[in-house]
Design a protein around this ligand. Sequence first.
Ligand SMILES: [Zn+2]
Length: 172
Amino acid sequence: MIKMLTTNSRIFLHHILVAFVTVGLMGLLPTGTEAQNEYFFPTGFTFDESIPSPEEFLGYPIGTFATRNDRLVAYMQELARLSDRATYQSIGTTYEHRPMPVLTVTSPANHARLEAIRQDHLASLVPGSSPAGDIPVIAHLGYNIHGNENSAGEAALLTAYWLVAGTGPAHD
Ligand SMILES: [Zn+2]
């Protein structure tokens, strides 16, 4: 996970449908962002406070509501708007005309040479070629192609926040 931040990872979200369901556990679950972060992320890390957590953006702790597709996409777009670590694109639309978002997360330096990294990566895949020494590891994280399996979309929100807003030597 940490390695991905020094390199080039993609969060691929093909999230078709999320029903709006209340779980009825609001009073029983921790409500503060800090409590949520302690539950989902390892201790000892901090987050850039200029980047809203999923809970701050959506208005509820992850796990208490099923997040709608449009809100999920909006959060990815907000991360890209606020951070120079992230860029957002949609690579198409689903049969229901929903966007197919890709959030690319890497250092600003790598963002400036994504096409060169892509070309080096392709060249390294040619049979018989030797891997280029300086291309970063590329991790493609795919979330959710089936609309009734919405835990992956919720996980995508948290993973994107972790990658984009995490601070400290490990993330830098
Ligand atoms: Zn499935």
